[in-house]
Design a protein around this ligand. Structure first.
Ligand code: URA
Length: 483
């Protein structure tokens, strides 16, 4: 028996050289064993392999090499023996790889599929957490891949998160990106990675609040997010409890009496039903504007909303922040940005040194657009026409508040300010000086909360904080105090 000692688990080149020599020497698969490591110096164990004679050679198809490169990432200890068996047989059966009913081929193809799935899951389930601030900022993730896919998958993260300094730590090794170069280091331990960060709490609250127990499909959910990955997913802490509660919560939903009609809703509608607002009525101050807003019939959104949500903040402010439209909680309370999106905004404002009391906060659309599903009212994006109708109010707010800088969060806010559609991704993060006052486009906090890709949430949250800091720096550079 020949034993070939490979230097590492994914040492494909050594396997290929050894396999080629063994094949040329006619060493049958039953007489060879490939093992990883165990302290031997050379590649070959019991007997030295005679040097390859230069006039004998053979070639294999690219399809086999590609398959072999995937299979060697599998955790099965016999994978290199299987590959040698295939290599051996290829000489007499050149089309073997196409025979999917063959046991060896079928096993290799299945292993390659497992590896590809592990790489896919890694792209979906790596969760970065922030360590350090400013120049020391570093995003670190702990991940336990089902197979040895770190080196195969790390270039995806380098492309996707090219502007973040990050490390992915795994029990097989670590990948590091320093904004320029991707490098690999030794295996790490879970304790080497941060265990949680601040944005995670917001996101967990949001994740739990969007969970509808009546729509639970735990089999489908577990197929997409296999349990083996749960231990390293922040949101997974919540899943078991939510599933356990689901039956009880569904029963409660079914048995609950129909909700009382919202009395405030009816009162507001009754009071304003006759108050028409026309383009000639120019509000002279914010109080007039807000009173007139109660009678707004410019578009049909008023019908299903509890009330219009007016802007909040000083009557004059150097900074105006514009969102899209009130959410469920804002609609009920009549105050902008008090729900989950407001929490993300508050955090970023705090980090940027912006005090909420000194900022005028408003929305492009003043009524909550939604659809009703069961007892939930789900956000629906306003149409371009609805934003355009509501511009009348936003324009008057701007004229009264006279901000030096407007921060427009998201595409609806941008349209509300500019009157046409722009791409936030393309234009965000730059202050544009305009005759009517400077403008800075940024992400909407709900984008950060709702994006299905956790790493995109992190990237967008970081960009959002940077943008608000830019707004604060701009105001500092042009004046002393904010309001
Ligand atoms: N989202 C917004 O755009 N505005 C709010 O007031 C709340 C959530």
């Amino acid at each position: 028996m020949r034993t070939v000692h490979l230097a590492g688990e994914t040492d494909f080149d050594s396997w290929r050289d050894a396999a080629r020599n063994l094949r040329l020497e006619g060493v049958e698969p039953a007489r060879v064993r490939f093992v990883v490591g165990n302290g031997r110096d050379g590649l070959f164990g019991d007997e030295p392999i005679p040097p390859r004679s230069s006039n004998r050679s053979f070639t294999v198809s690219k399809a086999f090499v590609d398959l072999a490169r995937e299979v060697m990432l599998h955790r099965d200890a016999d994978r290199y023996d299987l590959l040698y068996r295939l290599l051996w047989r290829l000489q007499d059966e050149p089309n073997l790889i196409k025979v999917t009913s063959d046991r060896d081929v079928a096993r290799a193809v299945e292993m390659a599929k497992n590896v590809s799935r592990a790489s896919h899951k890694m792209k979906a389930f790596v969760r970065f957490r922030q360590q350090g601030e400013g120049d020391n900022e570093h995003w670190i993730a702990w991940f336990e891949p089902a197979h040895r896919v770190l080196e195969k998958t790390a270039p995806f993260f380098a492309r996707r998160y090219a502007n973040m300094r990050w490390s992915i730590l795994t029990p097989d090794g670590a990948a590091h990106w320093d904004l320029k170069t991707l490098t690999f280091g030794p295996p790490a331990r879970k304790e080497d990675a941060p265990q949680e960060d601040e944005i995670e709490d917001f996101w967990k609250t949001y994740y739990a609040s969007t969970f509808n127990p009546a729509r639970l499909r735990s089999k489908a959910m577990q197929a997409e997010m296999p349990k083996s990955y749960w231990k390293n997913l922040p949101e997974a802490d919540l899943i078991a409890g939510m599933i356990a509660d689901a039956t009880g919560r569904t029963e409660q939903m079914v048995n609950a009496p129909a909700p009382e009609p919202n009395r405030r809703f009816d009162q507001v509608k009754a009071a304003v039903v006759d108050r028409a607002v026309t383009d000639d009525v120019v509000p002279e101050n914010l109080d007039d504007l807000n009173a007139a807003l109660a009678g707004c019939r410019r578009c049909p959104l008023w019908r299903d909303a509890t009330q219009p949500v007016c802007g909040r903040g000083p009557k004059r402010s150097r900074l105006m922040i514009v969102g899209e439209q009130p959410g469920d909680q804002e609609d009920i309370a009549g105050t902008p940005f008090i729900g989950p999106a407001g929490k993300v905004l508050d955090k970023a404002m705090l980090e940027a040194g912006l005090e909420r009391d000194t900022v005028y906060l408003t929305n492009a659309v003043k009524h909550f657009k939604h659809t009703v599903r069961g007892r939930q009212r789900l956000h629906k994006s306003p149409s371009a026409a609805e934003i355009d109708h509501c511009r009348w109010w936003l324009d008057h707010e701007r004229a009264l508040v006279q901000p030096e800088l407007i921060v427009a969060m998201g595409a609806s806010a941008a349209r509300g300010i500019l009157g046409h559609t722009v791409s936030v991704n393309d234009l965000r993060g730059r202050i544009e000086e305009r005759p009517q006052g400077a403008l800075l486009l940024t992400y909407h906090p709900a984008y950060i909360l709702r994006h299905p890709d956790p790493n995109e949430r992190i990237r967008a949250q970081k960009a959002f904080s940077t943008d608000l800091s830019l707004a604060a720096a701009y105001l500092k550079s042009t004046g002393k105090v904010l309001s």
